[in-house]
Design a protein around this ligand. Sequence first.
Ligand code: F6R
Length: 365
Amino acid sequence: DKGPFRHFMLKEIHEQPEGLSRVIGTILDRPSMSLLPPPALPFRFSDLKQVSIVGCGTAYLAGATAKYWFERFARLPVQVEIASEMRYREPPLDPGELALFISQSGETADTLAALRYCRAADQHVIAVVNVPQSSIAREADVALPLMCGPEIGVASTKAFTAQLTVLLGLALQAARDRGTIEQERLDSLLEALCRLPAAISATLELDDELKGVSRVLARARNVLFLGRGLHYPIALEGALKLKEISYIHAEGYAAGELKHGPIALVEEAVPVVVLAPSDELSEKTFSNMQEVAARGAPVILVTDEAGRSAGTALGAHILTLPTTDPALSPIISAVAVQLLAYHTATQLGADVDQPRNLAKSVTVE
Ligand code: F6R
C-alpha cells in the first residue's frame, strides 16, 4: 500500500525519520544519552587489528561511508570490498578479525559467497540486514537488523540510511571499547544522533526545492556528482540512484580527482552536483566547485547554512540542508540525493519503482 504517495520509493524516502528513530533506539539509551551495549558479540573490538566491510551496490556504499567512521573514531583500518570482487580475488585473511556484510535483502548471491569465504578463514562475521530470516542473517554470527520495514522500491533508500546509522553505532561502540574517543566527543555525537530523525524530517520538507532543482538534471545527458571525505561515497550513491531510475548517465567522483580526468567532461551541458555540507574539507570542495563553475557547468550545491555563501557568488542552485554534526551529515545528504534522483526520474516519466533491467534481490551472480 503506497498510502498517499505516488510511488513506493517516495513512501520509503518519507519513512526514514520513523525507521531511523527505531534503529537509533537500539544504539542509544535516550534518557541517559549513553550507548547501549550491542547484542553479545563473539569478540572484543579492542582485540581487532582491521575490519572488512563487504556489500554490493548501495550496500557497498554504506560500507564505504562507514570506513571513515571506523578509521576516525575507532582507529581501526577498514577495507571496503565489492562482494563480487572479493569472492573471486580470494584475498589472504587473518583469522579472528571482523568482516561486516551489508545487505538489505540478505539474499545477494555475491555477498553470501563472500561471507562464506570469510567464515572459512575463521573471521567473525556480522551481518547488517533488513530481512531477519534471510540467508545472510542466518549464516552470520550476529545479525544486526535495519528495522526499517520492507523495502519495495527497487532503488534502495530507507535501507541505505538505516545501514549508515547501524554502522555509525558500531563504529562508536568500537571507539568506546578501544578507548579512542573522548567522552565529550562521544556525547556530542550521541546528541546529534538523537536529533537525526528530526533533521531528516526537515530535509524532507525541502521537497519542493529539490523538485525544482531536479529540472536542471532532467535536461541533461550526463551529470557529475562530487564529494570529499564522508561525502565521496554519497556522491557515488547520488550518481548510482540517478542512473538507475532516470537512465541519465551519472558519475560520482572524489572532488580531489576532478583534475585527474573528469574535468575534461565539464561544460555547459553537464550539471555538477557538489556535496559539501560544512566540515574541515568543505573549503577544498568549494575550490573544485569554482573550477567547474568557471567552465560554465550548472552547479547544484548541497550544503548547510554555513556553506551557503560559497555557492551564492557562483550563481549555483543551493540546497541548504539542516545543520548537524559533520560526522552525521552524509546521512542527511543521502536523503537529498534520493529526492533529486526521484524527481528527475518522475519528470522524465520513468517507472521509479521498477526500473528496467533491475531486480530487487540479486540472487544469481
Ligand atoms: C541500488 C540498489 C542496489 C542494491 C544491491 C545490494 O539502489 O538497490 O545497488 O543495494 O543490489 O542489494 P542488497 O542490499 O539486498 O544486498
